[in-house]
Every structure is written in structure tokens, then in C-alpha cells.
Design a protein around this ligand. Structure first.
Ligand SMILES: [Fe+2]
Ligand SMILES: [Fe+2]
Length: 189
């Protein structure tokens, strides 16, 4: 089973390279281009950086859903990229942002609910990964569920918790938080 799983992932990586032409034909422009355009702004504003990352992972899930006619190996390769981006983002939030919300903004309830939402997202991610690796014909249903849960969580952060943090934390603290987030994200290769 382990051998079979490895070969699926390995072939997905190799396949990712070969299918770039296919990807360009069916996909909208990559959000990464947008990220480059706002690079200057996200360097010092921790919340802009996190919101930009939200747009990137959201676009990846949308592309996964839209790739209904794509080969399964292409879907697995895309999901691997999504998983890596989510891991970096979640690590920074859980180690830097949510503790600051808890201790510095003194919003214990908000902090706890964000940790709980991350746990829920991880369960849905595991379901999508399992469905893709097993070529489950219901894979799109799992992706849609994940997308809904993730979108709700991102709205919660962007519309409630991040504005709260922005209003309490000073400019200098936000600058140091940006550096801490960058350092944390570099821990995931
Ligand atoms: Fe989050
Ligand atoms: Fe987030």
C-alpha cells in the first residue's frame, strides 16, 4: 500500500511538469502574478501578507474543482502544492498570529475558535487527499466541502479577527510580526 501511494505521488510530481501546457489551456492566470504586484505592501503588513496567501490557496482549490476533465495525477500534483501553501500559512498563524490575538489583544475566545477551525480544515484536507489518492469518483464533493470550510474561516479572519488585531497592535508590533511570520514560513520547505 505504501509503495503504491509513493508511486502515485511521484508520478504526480513528474506529471505536473509535463502537463503545464494543459494547465495553461484550462486555467485562469496564476494568482502568483498578483502576489508579486503587492510584494512591497505585504513585506511590512502581516495581515496583507496573510490575506494574499488566502487568495492564493482559494484560487488553487477553485482550479482543482474546475479541473474536472484533468488527469488524476494533475489533480494530485495541484493538491500537493495547495497542501504545502496551507502548511506554511497555518504554521505562521498558529505559532505567531493566534498567540498574539490571545495574549496581546486578549481575545481568548477568538483565538480558540481559530485554532478549532484549523483543526476542521485539516480533517477536510485529509479527506480530499484520501479521495484523490484512491481515485474516488466523489473527489469533487470533498473538495467543495473543504472549500466551503476554508472560505468561512478566511472570512472570519479577514472580517473579524485581523481588523481587531490591526486596531490594537501598533505599527512597530505589526512590523515585527511580519518578520516573525516570514521566519516561521521559511521553516516549511
Ligand atoms: Fe487561519
Ligand atoms: Fe489565514
Amino acid at each position: 500500500m505504501a509503495t503504491q501511494t509513493m508511486s502515485l505521488w511521484e508520478s504526480a510530481v513528474a506529471f505536473g511538469e509535463r502537463t503545464m501546457g494543459f494547465a495553461r489551456r484550462i486555467l485562469p492566470p496564476l494568482v502568483a502574478d498578483t502576489a508579486a504586484a503587492v510584494r512591497g505592501m505585504v513585506a511590512t503588513d502581516p495581515f496583507e501578507r496573510l490575506i494574499q496567501e488566502h487568495r492564493q490557496v482559494d484560487a488553487m482549490l477553485q482550479r482543482l474543482t474546475d479541473g474536472i476533465d484533468a488527469p488524476n495525477a494533475w489533480r494530485i500534483a495541484l493538491f500537493m502544492r495547495f497542501k504545502r501553501a496551507m502548511t506554511k500559512h497555518s504554521l505562521a498563524e498558529e505559532d505567531i498570529v493566534y498567540p498574539a490575538l490571545h495574549d496581546e489583544v486578549r481575545d481568548q475566545k477568538g483565538s480558540k475558535s481559530l485554532y478549532e477551525e484549523h483543526a476542521e480544515i485539516k480533517i477536510h484536507m485529509a479527506e480530499v487527499e484520501h479521495a484523490l489518492l484512491n481515485e474516488d469518483p466523489q473527489w469533487r464533493r470533498h473538495v467543495r466541502s473543504l472549500h466551503e470550510v476554508l472560505a468561512r474561516h478566511m472570512r472570519h479572519e479577514e472580517e473579524e479577527e485581523f481588523p481587531k488585531m490591526r486596531s490594537v497592535l501598533g505599527e512597530e508590533r505589526q512590523r515585527t510580526m511580519s518578520a516573525e511570520i516570514r521566519r516561521e514560513e521559511r521553516m516549511v520547505i
